[in-house]
Write a protein that binds this ligand. Sequence first.
Ligand code: ISE
Length: 355
Amino acid sequence: MSEVLRVGVVGVGIMGADHAERLVRRTAHARLVAVADPDEARAKELAGQFAGVRAVGDALELIGADDVDAVILASPGFVHEEQVLACLAAGKPVLCEKPLTMDSESSLRLVRAERDLGRRLIQVGFMRRFDPEYAQLRSVLAGGSLGRTLLLHNVHRNASVPNTDFRSEMIVRDSLVHEVDVARFLFGEEVAAVQVLSPASTSHASAGVVDPQVAIFTMAGGGIVTNEVFVNSQVGYEVRCEAVAERGSVIIGQPSTGLYSTALAVDGLGRWGGSVPADYRTRFATAYDLEVQAWVDSALQGESVGPSVWDGYAATAVSTAGMASLASGERVTVDLVDRPGPTTPASRTPTKEQS
Ligand code: ISE
């Protein structure tokens, strides 16, 4: 391939900075040209870490810039709708971090906007689909050797979350949404209903915040998915998934360091083991790298891969039902419109430079 995709990153928080670094150091056929954030000083600080990258304050200015071929949105979910629409209007491929938007209606507007455009430009950042273990699990299940998939059991733990302004719904919308996509990806069908249970909370959560939460999905075909999400586990980042099928089960995300490591602990006894990753950037580093590389390659080829705007909408619809269930404790049916017909692949991106 002899072309380079010139990329702009919107949002310079944890994921924006991580993607910027990835584009500069580990992504082939891509060049980071600009970063945008309303906090311009922070944008400048990030841009300053790389040669030839400029900082702008206005996301829409970055999206419309002539030297930006494609955009990664790592901004907060409540600005995604406007920014994704601007990418569609400019005809630019966009990799939008999850959640696609904050509610079903706005996600559906994006499904319809892309359909009206007539070509796929939106990829949603459900990176677990690119994780080698999840991908392998899916091919085992889809291969059919274990028979029909009946159950999934997911565990999703973060060491901690910032306590200021954190609300229980954020566990559903920002964390559980990954399990929603995993369930849809592994079963190959929609989530029909969701119930979110509120066990006793850890003393490490802020007052009034329900943490951990247990969510139960009923899939369209009748399978059940159990999910524990615990964002103040104190220990580290743990993501595991066990699939149970008619003739066997498969577990992914078990700790394996490849090393058998020993050390002397404070009590004077020897210990063996490995370490728990601190956060998702470490645990899913390979998945993020593969996700962004696949996005860049597909944008250059005028094709489209990975989770679509429909996947983003379907996940938002489950989160919307999940937040209602968190409030009521009841099982809530997921409200999804009929899926529109397929859009054609993205046409070639308009401006490219030769490498
Ligand atoms: C965060 O936004 C993520 O996407 C992480 O993968 C998840 O583990 C975390 O709980 C979310 O807040």
